[in-house]
Ligand binder design. Sequence first.
Ligand code: ATP
Ligand code: MG
Length: 268
Amino acid sequence: MWDRYRVRPGSRVRLREWDPDDTGGFQGTRVEVETAFAKLNHRLEALQELLYAESKHKMLVVLQAMDCGGKDSVIRRVFQGVNPQGVSVMSFKAPTPRELSHDYLWRVHAHAPGRGQIVIFNRSHYEDVLIVRVHKLVPRSVWERRYRHIVEFERMLADEGTTILKFYLNISKAEQKKQLEDRLNDPTKKWKFRIEDLEERRLWPQYMTAYEDALSRTSTDFAPWYIIPSNHRWYRNWAIARILVEALESLNMQYPQPSNDLSAVRIK
Ligand code: ATP
Ligand code: MG
């Protein structure tokens, strides 16, 4: 398995050691990577169809990033062409009062994938140790024990047959500035701009610390984190597609056998 960007369980992540501009995992030009990406994308389509047909495995893809990190564009580009019957996206926003009245995993568990499905989490239960920690929405003693809950929750999902892949889209602060300016100036993107995003940007160092802890403390063999260099979108998409394809291939899926012997069937 390709483990260039995988966070080794138990290792200590220091994000300044992870270059958001890295493109070194691909030996070739940008044009070549796009051709390679198109191939992977077709392969992903076929594997997803197989996952759906076999209806045995479940796959959970977690996407986390700072604002403008490219979660939406990964969902659009990497998963383009897949069968919408077998893939769904769940975006986690600030919890509603009803959600807040429950434990923080309650709203998450309900959306975990069933057999044959891929579910993509656009933000996730990790917000409960990220924004919640940075904004001190709960005391330290409360968020501190959540890493343990999260690892155990994911272990349970994995034990019950879920393949879990978690991606942190690693952009630099300078790249975020560029993207925010782009949002501000492009009439088709302006709707995405939220004034609160500027406040989050101001808290960049606090977020990096919170991400480092989350990545270090919750990367496991059964639910690994990948830190994907994401300043270059073409490379980011290729790297994620490659990891997904490898993970799906390792499931050794088979199309199910029809329930009857069809060898004598003639359609009149
Ligand atoms: P976009 O890329 O379109 O901006 P987004 O994921 O940032 O997508 P928004 O609607 O802008 O979507 O923001 C959702 C907000 O909800 C984020 O600021 C996120 O941190 C916040 N949020 C998500 N989960 C929680 C949570 N458990 N507690 C508090 N805030 C949360
Ligand atoms: Mg946002």
